[in-house]
Design a protein around this ligand. Structure first.
Ligand code: PGA
Length: 255
């Protein structure tokens, strides 16, 4: 079956208004394959500007805006935090949740990530749920146990049916920002494990679930990664900040 493919740009704490404007005009002339969606996730201060620039440039419907995090509460005394309604008001439709940098640097537990996924879905935002193992866990052959432990709390919190609105990004922590990409075979084997894990709960949901690979994806390795049966696009960090490279990656995705 043809699943939709997604290429998501995670700008992390990088970028500027100048990058917002130049990226929107560059993306306006990228050619996408059928059934491919591109989601750009700049930092909070640039979301509104990205929305406005996309509207002014008449950017195609295949391009969406995503945030990199949200707060699990609807509103209130949470200084420095951002709610779902604020994100939606500026045109956000996706949100990256559970990124390994949030898990490791800001101590976000899998249960907090699960709450955030529920908050996003309840508001009508589509979560890009990130999971992945560290290098030590990979070496100790604990990858599958770790991924299962990151997925199960989300399944328990939202129920498997709601995974139809979730995108999963598998990002081996040792491949993020390091230039060490998982080989296409290794990435495929892990993606297959994730899909089978979901299929054990609900086969129909698993078949339709977009599974993105992330970790040092670039213009050179994207084609081979995206050719794998269970890889439905990518979550792109460093290479998403360079329009020329990001455009190659977007065009390589196939739905
Ligand atoms: P990278 O980051 O492409 O720079 O490795 C990916 C990510 O962290 O989402």
């Amino acid at each position: 079956m043809n699943r939709r493919a997604i290429v998501a740009a995670n700008w992390k704490m990088n970028g500027s208004l100048a990058l917002v404007n130049s990226m929107v005009s560059e993306l306006n002339n990228v050619t996408l394959n059928e059934n491919v969606e591109v989601v750009v996730c700049p930092s909070f201060p640039y979301l509104a500007a990205f929305s406005l620039a996309s509207a002014n440039a008449n950017l195609a419907e295949a391009f969406s805006l995503g945030a990199q995090n949200l707060n699990e509460h609807a509103k209130g005394a949470f200084t420095g935090e951002i709610s779902t309604s604020m994100l939606q008001e500026v045109g956000v439709s996706y949100v990256i949740l559970g990124h390994s940098e949030r898990r490791s640097i800001y101590n976000e537990s899998s249960s907090l990530v699960a709450h955030k996924v529920k908050t996003a879905l309840d508001a009508g935002l589509k979560p890009i749920l990130c999971i992945g193992e560290s290098e030590d866990e990979r070496v100790a052959e604990k990858t599958e146990t770790v991924l299962a432990a990151q997925l199960q709390p989300v399944i328990d919190e939202i129920g498997i049916e709601r995974f139809t609105d979730v995108v999963i990004a598998y990002e081996p922590v040792w491949a993020i920002g390091t230039g060490k990409t998982a080989s296409p075979e290794m990435a495929q084997a892990t993606h297959q494990f994730i899909r089978e894990f979901i299929a054990k709960v609900d086969e129909n949901v698993a078949v339709k679930l977009p599974l993105l690979y992330g970790g040092s994806v670039n213009a050179t390795n994207c084609e081979e990664l995206f050719a794998q049966a269970d890889i439905d696009g990518g979550l792109i960090g460093g290479a998403s900040l360079k329009a020329d490279e990001f455009k190659v990656i977007c065009s390589a995705a196939k739905g």
